[in-house]
Design a protein around this ligand. Structure first.
Ligand SMILES: CC(C)(COP(=O)(O)OP(=O)(O)OC[C@H]1O[C@@H](n2cnc3c(N)ncnc32)[C@H](O)[C@@H]1OP(=O)(O)O)[C@@H](O)C(=O)NCCC(=O)NCCS
Length: 139
């Protein structure tokens, strides 16, 4: 039986904090979290039985480039196809917003998670990413 998923285009700071913690990601300051929520132009959250099961967000120039920043599915719901369904819905929303034109959606995948994105059609023929962590101790 298919699980009933409700989608919203927003999520709260606490929901985001909890999902980050569930993924084992380092905590961010409250002001960073507030900026993330306020300045992500495209957000989606999946709810199952009124509980958040996952989120994704991206930032965009609203013209051509879309950068998928995070996607997190709660460990309780991983491996059930929910991440894929949620991201397909997200991609559909971007598609609807660009009309007859085209755009590019990029992801900086964490190591080991590439297979998830490849299952959705992301590929390395267009681009590959590099990243640097910025903190007080660096350089
Ligand atoms: C990565 C993550 C978002 C995947 O979400 P999910 O709901 O568990 O994935 P789904 O069940 O929708 O899987 C969809 C497809 O991706 C594949 N997949 C999922 N996770 C994968 C992984 N880590 N490596 C390779 N393939 C993976 C599945 O096998 C499935 O393939 P199929 O369509 O051919 O059957 C989820 O595991 C998660 O939130 N992890 C913790 C946070 C994280 O690492 N986020 C990504 C940062 S780059």
């Amino acid at each position: 039986m298919d699980i009933l998923i409700n989608y919203k285009n927003d999520f709260s700071e606490n929901e985001y904090k909890e999902l980050r913690a569930s993924a084992g990601w380092s905590p961010l300051s409250d002001s960073q979290i507030a900026n993330i929520i306020n300045n992500s132009n495209f957000k989606i959250a999946a709810y199952i039985n009124d509980q958040i099961a996952g989120m994704a967000r991206c930032i965009t120039d609203n013209g051509y480039l879309y950068l998928l920043c995070d996607i997190i599915i709660s460990p309780n719901y991983q491996g059930m196809g929910i991440g894929k369904k949620m991201l397909l819905k997200f991609i559909d929303e971007i598609k609807n917003s660009i009309g007859n034109s085209y755009a590019k959606l990029y992801i900086m995948s964490l190591k080991g998670k590439e297979g998830f994105y490849k299952s959705l059609g992301f590929n390395e023929d267009i681009a590959t990413g590099l990243a640097i962590e910025i903190n007080k101790e660096m350089l």
